[in-house]
Design a protein around this ligand. Structure first.
Ligand code: DX5
Ligand code: ZN
Length: 221
């Protein structure tokens, strides 16, 4: 059973970087809950996005929480800088380093919410012994690195497994990759309560896109 509110977190990876501040204001006005910030290092994933200066520039633009998805390895040496740059939630990949428990403790010691992201090939079981150290589980529904990819249907079962592991704990269950108004219902039914969407939000009417995803997820919530 879900014990957390339904939240929509647009990924600014799909925004127009030439006017990023306006893009963030537009999703806030359009009803977004969190800003999903995809940081890529060209090492953990085969793409490079942006980092601290972009986050610092955006921080005064919005009151929305910064949901920072670190696709970087190692992550530990940079956690304090991400916190200082305005992160509210910091999510590391389970595959990014050998000391997941330590990473989560470091994030919480910075006063931030701690998340763990799982690549499509990584089982939920890697979280069993750190479940009380985290605030968010991110089930990747594509292979990380690029926006605009297709949702991997076999991840629905993983979402259900993650929801079962969470039980009654106050932990958000996030999905990221290929989320649209068409599949929002099934991921919500499987147990996800935070839906990341990039390409499905940043086209045409952002407010209408956010609303469509929210409505599709809420019907089954
Ligand atoms: C992929 C990123 C996602 C991506 C989602 O590595 O983590 O957040 O921006 O983009 P869409 O919604 O277009 O799949
Ligand atoms: Zn992401």
């Amino acid at each position: 059973m879900k014990n957390r509110p339904l939240l929509i977190a647009p990924s600014i990876l799909a925004a127009d970087f030439a006017k990023l501040g306006e893009e963030v204001r537009a999703i806030e006005a359009g009803g977004a809950d969190w800003v999903h910030i995809d940081v890529m290092d060209g090492h953990f994933v085969p793409n490079i996005s942006f980092g601290f200066p972009v986050m610092q520039s955006l921080r005064p633009v919005t009151k929305m929480p910064f949901d920072v998805h670190l696709m970087i390895a190692p992550a530990d040496p940079y956690l304090a800088q991400f916190a200082a740059a305005g992160a509210d939630i910091i999510t590391v990949h389970a595959e990014a380093g050998p000391h997941l428990h330590r990473s989560l403790q470091a994030i919480r010691a910075l006063g931030k919410k701690a998340g763990v992201s799982l690549n499509p090939g990584t089982p939920v079981s890697v979280l069993e012994h750190v479940i009380d150290e985290l605030d968010l589980i991110l089930v990747m529904t594509v292979n990380p690195g690029f926006g605009g990819q297709g949702f991997i249907p076999s991840m629905l079962d993983k979402i259900r497994q993650a929801r079962a592991l969470i039980g009654g704990r106050a932990i958000d269950l996030q999905v990221d990759g290929g989320i649209t108004a068409k599949n929002a219902g099934e991921v919500a039914r499987a147990g996800a309560n935070v839906l990341v969407a990039g390409s499905a939000v940043f086209k045409g009417d952002y407010a209408a896109n956010i609303k469509a995803i929210r409505n599709a997820a809420a019907v089954t919530a």
